[in-house]
Write a protein that binds this ligand. Structure first.
Ligand code: ZN
Length: 174
C-alpha cells in the first residue's frame, strides 16, 4: 500500500466530475487500498478519488466510532437512489484544511454501489454516515462542501482562505 498526496482547494481536479468505473479489477482494488491508507493516515473519515488526483468514481469511508462498528466502507460508482428529510451538519474536508461550516444535507439516504469484489450493495444511512456519503459523492461530481454554502458563508470562506494563504498558515484539519 502507498500513501497518496491529498489535493487541496483550489486544485482543478477537485472541480472535475469523476468517471464511472467499467470493471472492478486489481488496479482498482489497489486504488481502494491506497485511498483507505491515506484516509486513516490523514486522519479523516472519508475520501473520494478526486482528492488523490484520480478520476474514477470511488469513495472510502470509516466513521471510526467504536460504538457504531461500521468499519471500512469502499464503494465504486456510488449513487444516491433515495433521499429524505433535511438536516444541517458542521462539515470539514481534508481538501479544505482548517475550515468548517454547516451544510444543508438530506437526513437519510439510500446509496447503491459496488463493493471491492464488484458485487452490488445498498446502504441505508442516516446520521453521520448519511452526511459523509453525500459529502464524498459530491466530490465525485466535482463539488466541495464550500460550494454548498449560502452566499454569506461562502464569502466568509473565500476571505478566510485568502487571508490564511497570505499569512502562509499550514493548518491541519480532518
Ligand atoms: Zn471532502
Amino acid at each position: 500500500m502507498a500513501l497518496l498526496r491529498i489535493r487541496t482547494y483550489p486544485d482543478a481536479v477537485l472541480k472535475q466530475r469523476a468517471h464511472p468505473v467499467q470493471s472492478v479489477d486489481a488496479s482498482l482494488r489497489k486504488l481502494i487500498d491506497d485511498m483507505a491508507e491515506t484516509m486513516y493516515n490523514a486522519p479523516g473519515i472519508g475520501l473520494a478519488a478526486n482528492q488523490v488526483g484520480d478520476l474514477r468514481r470511488v469513495i472510502v469511508l470509516d466513521l471510526q466510532r467504536p460504538e457504531i462498528q461500521q468499519g471500512l466502507i469502499a464503494l465504486v460508482n456510488p449513487v444516491i437512489i433515495h433521499a429524505e428529510g433535511r438536516t444541517k451538519y458542521e462539515e470539514g474536508c481534508l481538501s479544505v484544511p482548517g475550515y468548517y461550516a454547516k451544510v444543508k444535507r438530506y437526513e437519510k439516504v439510500r446509496v447503491k454501489g459496488l463493493n471491492p469484489d464488484g458485487k452490488e450493495i445498498i446502504i441505508d444511512a442516516d446520521g453521520l454516515l448519511a452526511i459523509v456519503l453525500q459529502h464524498e459523492i459530491d466530490h465525485l461530481d466535482g463539488y466541495l462542501f464550500v460550494d454548498r454554502l449560502g452566499p454569506v458563508a461562502r464569502e466568509l470562506f473565500l476571505r478566510r482562505w485568502k487571508k490564511n494563504r497570505m499569512e502562509g498558515e499550514g493548518e491541519v484539519a480532518g
